[in-house]
Design a protein around this ligand. Structure first.
Ligand SMILES: [Zn+2]
Length: 275
């Protein structure tokens, strides 16, 4: 995903889950051990400063970050508009990635609430009515056939919507209501798209080697980061704010305490839990 992040920018990632962006400085997620809403049920990755918090009540001061990454989170939120308000409160700019409506029909998850569309910079969400469609089948196709994975990556911009916001072009999110003809037209587009998915020996072979090289590089970088974090980097506690009154919290033994309203927050090892 292209991001307008400058070298010295402080970057927050919300809902980093099992696949944090390499550029993120601080990670947060709602769930530490519950993987039910993570693709493939993968465990969370904690390899840099990490906070457990709720997307609707982020424990940070207004504009505390230069940039916020929010990848595949909005579709999990019951109220994306309220979530958007909170995301834009804590950062000056950011990027959003969500599955497209097409992706949601093909690869949809029962725990995603929305069909996303992006039109002229406006992200529109339509509440999903149906549960999963054929997602189990298509997830197995991706996992087991290299030609289907190549097809997916060749059309990634159809499956994933990406948009960036800042003070010049603010985040714009709306809710749409369902029209019956809309899903019919959507499924026709999916039909035409899936017709392009077919094996091609040479292209698949070439893709396979590139894909394996990318995976290896990613794995090595991940292990290096995990090792360095394991050496005991300091958590930037000064960044944290009470979710009730937005004042500073201080560490006293195994808890964090807000000096203004007195609310106490637990820690799970080195991980602050600001819920
Ligand atoms: Zn407080």
């Amino acid at each position: 995903m292209h991001m307008n992040v400058k070298d010295g920018d402080l970057v927050l990632e919300i809902g980093s889950g099992n696949n944090p962006n390499p550029r993120s400085d601080v990670l947060c997620d709602r769930y530490l051990r519950d993987n039910r809403e993570r693709a493939g049920g993968f465990s969370i990755v904690i390899d840099r400063p990490f906070v457990v918090c709720d997307g609707y009540r982020l424990p940070f001061a207004d504009k505390a970050f230069d940039y916020v990454i929010c990848s595949h989170v909005f579709e999990h939120m019951d109220d994306p508009i309220a979530f958007a308000r909170e995301v834009t409160r804590v950062a000056k700019a950011g990027s959003i990635e969500v599955p497209s409506a097409i992706s949601e029909r093909v690869f949809g998850r029962g725990f995603h609430h929305w069909y996303g569309e992006l039109d002229k910079g406006i992200l529109a969400f339509t509440r999903k009515r149906e549960g999963e469609q054929f997602s189990g089948f298509f997830h197995r196709m991706i996992a087991r056939s290299i030609w289907f994975r190549r097809f997916f990556e060749d059309h990634e911009n159809v499956f994933y919507l990406r948009t960036e916001w800042n003070d010049r072009s603010p985040m714009s999110i709306i809710r749409k209501s369902v029209q019956p003809a809309w899903t019919v037209a959507l499924d026709r587009r999916i039909d035409r798209l899936l017709a392009k998915a077919k094996p091609e020996f040479l292209a698949d072979l070439q893709f396979y080697f590139q894909w394996m090289a990318r995976r290896l590089e990613k794995k090595i970088k991940k292990e290096i980061r995990r090792f360095l974090w394991g050496q005991g980097a300091a958590f930037p506690f000064e960044k944290l704010r009470c979710i009730v009154c937005h004042e500073r919290v201080y560490r006293g033994g195994d808890v964090l305490k807000c000096t203004y309203c007195g609310k106490e927050y637990k820690m799970d090892g080195v991980i602050p839990i600001l819920l």
